[in-house]
Design a protein around this ligand. Sequence first.
Ligand SMILES: *Cc1c(COP(=O)(O)O)cnc(C)c1O
Length: 221
Amino acid sequence: MSAASAVENLHAIRTAIADSARRAKRDPDAVTLVAVSKTFEAEAIRPVLEAGQRVFGENRVQEAQSKWPALRDAFPDLELHLIGPLQSNKAKEAVALFDVIESVDRPKIAEALAAEMKRQNRFLPCLIQVNTGKEPQKAGILPEEADAFLHSCRDLGLTVTGLMCIPPVDEEPALHFALLREIARRNGLSVLSMGMSADYPTAVALGATHVRVGSALFGSR
Ligand SMILES: *Cc1c(COP(=O)(O)O)cnc(C)c1O
């Protein structure tokens, strides 16, 4: 996909987010587009940065390390979100490189991140990934365990600002978005990262504060 079309896609996605927010009587500025740039090289990402996009998501620490330090030198105000499963031996690199961790998905990772943030004196906002579809192969905390896990994360010293989910591919995403919103509401959490290329307008209608859009922006992977 050419750079011009990624920028065209960016404008179309921003318009769709704003339309969906207005229809739901929400402030369009209350929704942040997280541009998911995994598998795309710096040359594909740069035009999107030049067009004004500043928030990006990557799912692998090593891949992000290979392309983002140079992009950050050029665009110091960008914000990088980790959206994929983290291994505890990569916590050090993740805390140094990312600005938000969206994928706190198990106790061991919460512990590793808390220890590393203290070591680096770098306290990043974190989201808890909830496995709303209770899929055995999928990362995340079960919905019924989310409240207790949130408390244990806070006891460790993590700053948990919200929740993230990836609904099952073959189910109506709105049900999962509504469930995530309810877990956030009862815990007083304000950040809801939900909605991807196929369903972000629905997520915005149901209260998403962050939508994570990859293929609709950069093209198929
Ligand atoms: C890849 C990915 C996305 C983006 O998916 P698209 O369908 O390409 O928009 C969003 N969230 C997570 C966690 C991902 O891994």
